[in-house]
Design a protein around this ligand. Structure first.
Ligand code: SAH
Length: 247
């Protein structure tokens, strides 16, 4: 298994790719040497198999041997998540990437306690999880915003609000055919205020119940992401079935 590293799209365009910053740090940790091959990804579907030609103190140069593109995400899936406590959100980002979520929108709600936005740290967690789970596309992290703003900006065709007071069981809310795109809305530890649930329904979200058990905020979205991957996404495909375009 070849090591995978994310580099910037601009860097990957060159025949001799310069590897610096975090990707270089990774190279060092892995103790890779001149002559070793690695897989470079730009996070938007471009990949290159490269051979290391030169290593210096803070950068490496690698020559491209082969390039190709890979797609993914049979189901574009976004999670709008009421921001929970720090560690929980970080756990959720990692697991969400593994489960094929393509975008995360952290939101502030009536019952969120105000907590800081840690964009750089969150991006790193997403990137590391994408590397580890071999995703060619880097999931998007949107900026922390008020719930109302996120609801207004929603464009997905299937919109599900996980709400313990919802009356529609998950299965009844899922159409027989795969939707073009899907968004999940999950509350923070304290759940949604009634007015927020109303607002979401006005914005076209179906209030879905997962039954009598109350799941922790970081569990609820992950459970439903798995269900959606099974029904519409790539849990049903073989891991060797590659949809690659050589170029
Ligand atoms: N307000 C509740 C629990 C909130 S759980 C209380 O404190 O008793 C946090 C979030 O997880 C909820 O906002 C909801 O989005 C989701 N969730 C947890 N259990 C759920 C269930 N049984 N059905 C639907 N959503 C659930």
């Amino acid at each position: 298994m070849m090591h995978r590293l994310f580099v910037s799209p601009v860097a990957l365009q060159e025949r001799l790719v310069v590897i610096s910053d975090e990707a270089f740090h990774h190279l060092s940790v892995l103790r890779l040497r001149v002559g070793d091959e690695v897989l470079l990804l730009d996070g938007s579907g471009h990949l290159a198999r490269v051979i290391l030609r030169q290593l210096s103190r803070s950068t490496a140069q690698a020559e491209v041997l082969e390039r190709w593109e890979e797609g993914e995400a049979l189901l574009p899936l976004r999670l709008i998540q009421g921001l929970p406590k720090g560690e929980k959100f970080e756990w959720l980002l990692e697991k969400g990437v593994e489960l094929g979520i393509s975008a995360f929108t952290p939101v502030l709600t009536a019952r969120s306690q105000l907590r800081g936005e840690k964009t750089a740290r969150w991006q790193r967690i997403i990137q590391e999880a994408a590397r580890q789970s071999r995703r060619p596309l880097l999931p998007v992290l949107e900026e922390l915003q008020p719930l109302a703003a996120a609801l207004t900006a929603t464009t997905e065709t299937l919109r599900l609000m996980l709400w313990e007071e919802g009356s529609i069981p998950l299965n009844s809310a899922l159409p027989p055919q795969a939707p073009a795109s899907c968004v999940l809305l999950v509350g923070p530890e304290g759940g949604f205020a009634a007015a927020e649930a109303d607002l979401a329904m006005t914005a076209g979200f179906i209030p879905v119940s997962l039954g009598k058990r109350i799941l922790r905020t970081e569990t609820a979205g992950m459970a439903v992401a798995a269900v959606l991957q099974n029904r519409y996404g790539d849990f049903g495909t073989s891991s060797s079935g590659k949809d690659q375009v050589r170029c």
